[in-house]
Ligand binder design. Structure first.
Ligand code: NAD
Length: 320
């Protein structure tokens, strides 16, 4: 099979690309390079530069390379930006999804792995979070990811497409020092930046109902996440399925535990100060990971120290 990988020049996409290639699969990358980098795509992998909103280019690419499945990662991903620019997020994320599915139908492509997010859950009061709890996203970003799941489900049902939506939890780390996350939107890159700048890292609230009072999140190494895509692709190549699957470790780490882990990676202590809670931060957001294990035969291999050490190396930091 040949897989079309949208967003394959991005942070997660370049790891998925490497995992798919080491499994022996043919891959074509489709990316507009708005945040992706072309040098993350090896020279012997075709890179089609264009927007997923361009359905005609998607169809040309699918036909030219005999594409049989799509892994759709191309999207905008910043929650705060989505609040400021909801129209743009709906256009890019929902419009992009609609265009990818329409091209698949037109070219008879029968499988899709869709990049969803734990943001579809919003602020759940239950932890760990199972895939079948009510979904209630609290940002335009989360809403676009949820609409993407609905679109996929409905178009797949009427066209015999096999699909899964992988709901990533907190993606971190790097599979290689050259493949780090250049965006500073998550706790680990934010803390690494504060170390680099000699500033205190902000901890938003220490009075939550959690063991140390700070928020718990489920951090997943990007190399593990990439393997989950290859496991999903393997399944969709032979089976007709349709369901969302959480991709997390199944256990949570607190903000303080993450800062301590970064301290271990950098042989020192991360300076921090506690500030007020942020609206919209649930106390705990941890995946129920049993469906991934049961359906995909996948589970995470790396731990928090692997994530912080690899993220620090990719950020070029060695010592506090
Ligand atoms: N990073 C996370 O923590 C996280 C968590 C949950 C879900 N996700 C999802 O994972 C996916 C990848 O995220 P990432 O962290 O690698 O982000 P990223 O910005 O590094 O990668 C996105 C890639 O898509 C490309 N792209 C964006 N819009 C495009 C368009 N209209 N047409 C073609 N290409 C386009 C970008 O150039 C980039 O290469 C996104 O769908 C995001 O919503 C990410």
């Amino acid at each position: 099979m040949t897989w079309l990988l949208t967003g394959g020049a991005g942070f997660i996409g370049c790891h998925v690309l490497r995992s798919l290639r080491s499994s022996g699969r043919n891959v074509v990358v489709f990316d507009d390079l708005s945040t992706g980098l072309s040098d993350r795509v090896p020279d012997d992998v075709p890179l089609v530069e264009g927007s997923v909103l361009d359905q005609a280019l998607l169809e040309d690419t699918m036909r030219k390379y005999d594409v049989t499945g799509v892994i759709h990662l191309a999207a905008k991903k910043a929650v705060a930006e989505s609040v400021a620019k909801p129209l743009w997020y709906y256009r890019e994320n929902v419009g992009g999804m609609e265009s990818v599915l329409a091209a698949m139908v037109s070219c008879n492509v029968g499988a899709i792995v869709y990049s969803s997010s734990a943001a579809v859950y919003g602020e759940p009061t239950i932890s760990p979070v199972r895939e079948d709890i009510p979904l209630d996203p609290i940002s335009p970003y989360g809403e676009t990811k949820l609409v993407g799941e609905w679109l996929t489900r409905d178009v797949a049902a009427s066209n015999g497409i096999s699909w899964t939506a992988l709901r990533y939890f907190n993606v971190a780390g790097a599979g290689d020092p050259t493949l780090g996350d250049p965006s500073v939107a998550n706790l680990i890159p934010i803390a690494l930046r504060s170390v680099r700048e000699g500033k205190n890292c902000h901890v938003y609230g220490s009075d939550y109902d959690t063991p140390d009072g700070t928020c718990l999140r489920d951090y997943i190494h990007v190399a593990d996440l990439a393997e989950a895509h290859t496991a999903a692709a393997t399944l969709l190549e032979t089976e007709q399925i349709g369901l969302p699957i959480n991709i997390g470790t199944g256990s949570g780490s607190s903000v303080i535990e993450v800062l301590q882990s970064i301290g271990r990676a950098l042989d020192g202590e991360v300076a921090y100060e506690v500030v007020s809670r942020r609206p919209g931060d649930p106390p705990a957001l941890v995946a129920a990971a049993d469906q991934a294990s049961r359906v995909l035969g996948w589970s995470a291999q790396y731990d928090l120290d692997d994530m912080t050490a690899s993220a620090a190396a990719a950020a070029g930091l060695q010592k506090i």
